[in-house]
Design a protein around this ligand. Structure first.
Ligand code: FE2
Ligand code: FE2
Length: 343
C-alpha cells in the first residue's frame, strides 16, 4: 500500500521595506500584509508593479515575504535594483504639481507638429492628473484642471475627421490602474459620443463624467479595492457604493450639471435592470451613463487585474456583443465595434 505523506505548510514570514518593489517590474514572489494577526496575500507572484500599486503599498504598513522566498527576492533585487529610471517612475506628483502641468499643456500642445504627439501628451498629462487625484484622495477636486484636461482631450480627439482609435489604443497599458482606467473611459466616451453625433458641448461633459466616473472609490478601503481574491458579498456591496459616493463628491464640489452627475451616478446601470444603484431599465438610464457604462466595461475587460488576466479586444467585444447583449444599447455597441474594427 502506498504511504500518503501529508505535508504541513507552515510558512515563516519576514518584514521587508516596501521600497524594494520597483515600478515596471514583475515580482517573482508573493507579498503579504498582516491583518488581524494573519498574513494576507496582497500581491501575487507574477504581478506587474504599477506606480499606483507601489504607492498604495508604500503607504501601507510593512510588507511580508515568506522566508523561503528570500532567495527569489535577492534575484529580483539584482535584476531590478533601483536606477534613475525607476526612481522617476516611482515619483508621484501632487495634485498641485499635476494642475500646474495641466494649465501649461495647451501652449505646449500647439508646439507639437503631429496629431499623434499631441494626443499622446494630452493623454499622459490627464493620466498624471488623475493619478495625483486618486493618490491624494482629497474630496476637494481640482475642477479647473479637470476642465482643461477635458478640453484638450476633446480638441485633439475631435479635431480631425479620422478614426483616432489607432493612436489612443497603444497608449493604454494592459495593467489596470484607476487613473489609466478613468482616462481611458473618458477617451473612449469622447470618441463614441462624437461618432454617435453628439454636439461638442456634450463631448466635454461626457469626458468630465468619464474622468470622474469612479471618483467615489477614494472613499473605499484600498485593501478591498486591491484584494487579489474574489470579494465577499459585503465587500462587493461596499464597492458598489462608489457610484453614489461619486455623485455626492461631485455635488459637494458644486457641480450642478445634471448630465455629468447622472453619468457618474448611473454608470453601472444596465438596460435589462441588472445594474446598480437603482436597477434602472432601458432609456430610463441617462444617455451619458449608457455611453460611459459600455466604455467602462470594455476598458475593465481589456486590462489585467490582480485576480484575472485581460481579455483581448476581440474577446471583450464578443463578450459585450453576445453575453452582455441585454445590458447595453446595441447602437452603441455596434458603433464601438466598428470604430475598433476599422483601425
Ligand atoms: Fe465604476
Ligand atoms: Fe470604472
Amino acid at each position: 500500500m502506498k504511504r500518503v505523506v501529508r505535508r504541513v505548510i507552515n510558512h515563516k514570514y519576514t518584514a521587508v521595506n516596501p521600497n524594494i518593489l520597483i515600478v515596471g517590474s514583475v515580482i517573482n514572489f508573493d507579498c503579504f500584509i498582516k491583518r488581524f494577526g494573519d498574513y494576507v496575500i496582497i500581491i501575487e507572484a507574477g504581478t506587474l508593479i504599477t506606480s499606483e500599486l507601489a504607492h498604495i503599498i508604500n503607504q501601507n504598513q510593512d510588507i511580508y515575504i515568506a522566508v523561503h522566498d528570500m532567495e527569489k527576492v535577492k534575484v529580483y533585487k539584482t535584476q531590478f535594483g533601483e536606477d534613475e529610471h525607476s526612481k522617476e517612475l516611482n515619483q508621484i506628483r501632487s495634485v498641485e504639481e499635476a494642475m500646474r502641468s495641466m494649465f501649461a499643456v495647451k501652449e505646449e500642445l500647439k508646439e507639437l507638429k503631429s496629431l499623434e504627439k499631441q494626443i499622446t501628451k494630452a493623454y499622459q498629462r490627464t493620466v498624471d492628473l488623475m493619478e495625483a487625484i486618486f493618490n491624494e484622495k482629497s474630496e476637494t477636486l481640482p475642477l479647473n484642471a479637470l476642465f482643461v484636461a477635458t478640453e484638450v482631450l476633446v480638441d485633439y480627439l475631435y479635431s480631425e475627421e479620422i478614426n483616432v482609435m489607432p493612436i489612443v489604443l497603444p497608449l493604454m497599458p494592459h495593467e489596470y490602474s484607476t487613473h489609466h482606467h478613468s482616462t481611458n473611459v473618458a477617451v473612449f466616451s469622447i470618441i463614441l459620443a462624437k461618432t454617435l453625433g453628439l454636439p461638442k458641448a456634450d463631448l466635454l461633459d461626457v469626458a468630465y463624467a468619464g474622468l470622474l466616473h469612479d471618483i467615489g472609490k477614494i472613499r473605499i478601503d484600498r485593501f478591498i479595492l486591491l484584494k487579489p481574491a474574489s470579494l465577499e458579498d459585503d465587500e462587493y456591496d461596499l464597492i458598489k457604493r462608489h457610484s453614489e459616493y461619486g455623485f455626492e463628491i461631485l455635488q459637494n464640489n458644486g457641480i450642478t450639471n445634471r448630465k455629468i452627475l447622472d453619468g457618474v451616478r448611473f454608470h453601472h446601470e444596465k438596460l435589462d435592470g441588472s445594474g446598480y444603484p437603482e436597477k434602472l431599465r432601458g432609456i430610463r438610464i441617462p444617455k451619458f451613463a449608457r455611453i460611459i457604462g459600455m466604455c467602462d466595461v470594455f476598458d475593465a475587460l481589456t486590462t489585467r487585474r490582480t485576480y484575472r488576466s485581460n481579455y483581448s479586444t476581440y474577446e471583450a467585444l464578443m463578450l459585450i456583443k453576445q453575453e452582455m447583449a441585454e445590458q447595453f444599447d446595441v447602437r452603441y455597441t455596434d458603433t464601438f465595434i466598428r470604430l475598433l474594427a476599422s483601425r
